[in-house]
Write a protein that binds this ligand. Structure first.
Ligand code: CA
Length: 228
């Protein structure tokens, strides 16, 4: 199946050259000509790779890259930086780009980088099965490892089970009784207060601001809801 690339670039000449060449190599090339549209498409569409120019109208490439990673978008990104601006390269990589090319570049060089990144990137299927990402938090269900800003977060077995259940049922309101049954088991002689305590612990470890949670929400009178 053809790989889908999004090219976010406002220089028409470069856009045409790149599109021609990438298409002839068998890639499907999508185009965005300004930063706003590029960011929107990159964060909502199913893509295999993004080629991102730094200097763009409306939203620059650095902001796009940072905001995509912040949102948990893990699609590989190659940044196109201006000649001689070392700071651009460093900043791009720091903000989560996977690679960069300095303009003007050889087409063969770009093709080689694209291929290398696509080979390296896990398919979206494996990602969705084993790894879930929200904000700066990355949950690996297979290894039961959780990181926040790339730092490992220690969760107890129950906290992990609770988080997993919340993620699996994201968007749904889950009552305290349901959570108690699902996570602790029907026979547990526990009160729903146990659920509240574990939710508080999870928020403490994962939420940017535990007092105003943005992922594990309280639905008054009903229970909890995970958004992320
Ligand atoms: Ca540009």
């Amino acid at each position: 199946m053809s790989k889908r690339l999004l090219l976010i670039e406002d220089e028409l000449g470069l856009e045409l050259t790149l599109t021609d060449r990438l298409t002839s190599e068998g890639y499907l090339v999508e185009i965005a000509r300004d930063g706003d549209i590029g960011f929107k498409r990159a964060s909502t569409e199913n893509l295999d790779l993004i080629i991102l120019d730094v200097m763009l109208p409306k939203k620059n490439g650095f902001d796009i890259c940072r905001d995509l990673r912040q949102k948990g978008v893990t699609i590989p990104i190659i940044m196109l930086t201006a000649r001689g601006q070392v700071i651009d390269k460093v900043l791009g990589l720091k903000l989560g780009a996977d690679d960069y090319l300095t303009k003007p570049f050889e087409m063969m060089e770009l093709l080689a980088r694209v291929e290398a990144l696509l080979r390296r990137a896990p398919s979206t299927e494996t990602l969705s099965a084993d790894i879930y990402q929200f904000g700066t938090i990355r949950v690996n269900f297979r290894s039961a490892e959780i990181t926040k800003n790339n730092q490992v977060i220690e969760l107890s077995a129950k906290e992990f089970k609770l988080l997993r259940h919340l993620i699996e049922r994201r968007g749904n309101i889950l009552s305290r009784d349901d959570l108690l049954d699902e996570v602790w088991g029907y026979n547990a002689m526990l009160s729903t207060r146990t659920v509240d305590v574990h939710v508080a612990w999870l928020r403490q470890k994962l939420e940017p601001n535990p007092k105003h949670p943005q992922y594990i929400l309280t639905v008054h009178g009903l229970g909890y809801k995970f958004i992320g």
